[in-house]
Design a protein around this ligand. Structure first.
Ligand code: NAD
Length: 295
């Protein structure tokens, strides 16, 4: 007799729950033998993704930006090792072409190749349009959009060169772009950020279209409000959090692990037929909650 809440494949026998999917995840089988790079993974969502990929069996290159972020990167690598996997730390400003090329060259010299690239690094530099400087505009676009282009291009070149490796993954490679609900929701006071994420949407889709014939999958994750330092101002007092919750039908602010679980799925063969898609991880923020009782 199967309980209705059990997912496919799980069953009770002699009062004991047998769950092949959980066992598979616990044994780190989903991404066994694969190499992953996660940019900006010394903190926040990137850190959670790097750890989750490591727990799923991948070796993980933990990219961080500057000396200040080294400690965070070390903690992340420790957790990956504690989960029984491995990796290394690599400093790189992903908005700089030469630095990105050098980072990939080191990955190839240490591991031979790469299978999964999560282009996660991103920043906000907020100002009203009227006050925004060209420097603020360029800084956000070069990190959030150009940085993703540079990392995705290096990854795609390697995936195409190497092709599918029998027994490792059904795809020749997986690129996961970090977008945001602001790829569809306009955001006054943040035109640089919203433009960068709107750009990521069509960058991702156009890359997916071009690369699918090479068996390369490209998708985006679009988080809503996730508790990290990038948006601390929006949730760090109970009043702020209450106001933020008005935008989230599901009734809680997200945590980095919510996004990390989706990243593992997108990186694995469990999502082998998924490409060119944005997966919103937002507790319903893009459901226009203001229209629920007004309109
Ligand atoms: P975070 O500030 O903790 O993480 C951003 C990371 O990017 C940091 O580790 C930072 O050092 C790194 N970084 C910045 N510039 C870099 C550069 N030039 N080179 C390399 N690394 C660089 O914040 P987060 O919330 O974890 O953000 C991660 C991603 O998620 C970003 O792309 C952000 O836009 C996106 N996102 C976050 C939220 C949220 O609610 N937190 C929502 C939607 C999208």
């Amino acid at each position: 007799m199967k309980a209705p809440w059990l997912h496919h494949g799980a069953f009770f026998f002699a009062g004991i729950l047998f769950d092949p999917l959980e066992e598979n995840l616990a044994m780190g089988k989903l991404l066994d033998g694969q190499i992953a790079l996660v940019t900006g993974s010394s903190s926040g969502i990137g850190a959670a993704i790097a750890i989750a990929l490591g727990e799923a069996g991948a070796k993980v290159v933990v990219n961080h930006h500057s000396d200040k972020s080294l400690n965070g990167a070390e903690e992340v690598l420790e957790k990956i090792k504690a989960a029984g996997s491995d990796g290394f730390i690599r400093q790189c400003d992903i908005s700089k072409e030469e630095e990105v090329r050098a980072m990939f060259a080191e990955i190839f010299s240490r591991y031979g190749t790469v299978d999964i690239v999560v282009a996660n690094a991103g920043i906000q530099q907020d100002a009203s349009l009227l006050d925004m400087t060209l420097e603020q505009w360029n800084k956000v676009i070069s990190t959030n959009l150009t940085g993703q282009f540079l990392c995705a291009r290096e990854a795609a070149r390697e995936f195409k060169r190497r092709g599918v490796v029998e027994g490792r993954s059904r795809a020749a490679g997986k690129i996961i772009c970090m977008s945001s609900v602001h790829e569809v929701i306009p955001w006054s006071g943040h035109v640089n950020y919203a433009a960068s994420k709107g750009g990521v949407k069509l960058l991702m889709q156009s890359m997916a279209q071009e690369l699918a014939p090479y068996k390369i999958r490209v998708n985006s994750l679009a988080p809503g409000a996730i508790k990290t330092r990038i948006n601390e101002d929006a949730w760090d007092t109970p009043e702020d959090e209450k106001k933020l919750l008005e935008l989230i039908p599901y009734g809680r602010v997200g945590v980095p692990e919510d996004v990390a679980k989706a990243a593992v799925w997108l990186a694995s063969d469990e999502s082998d037929y998924v490409t060119g898609t944005t997966l919103f991880v937002d507790g319903g923020m893009t459901l226009y909650p203001g229209f629920a009782d007004n309109g």
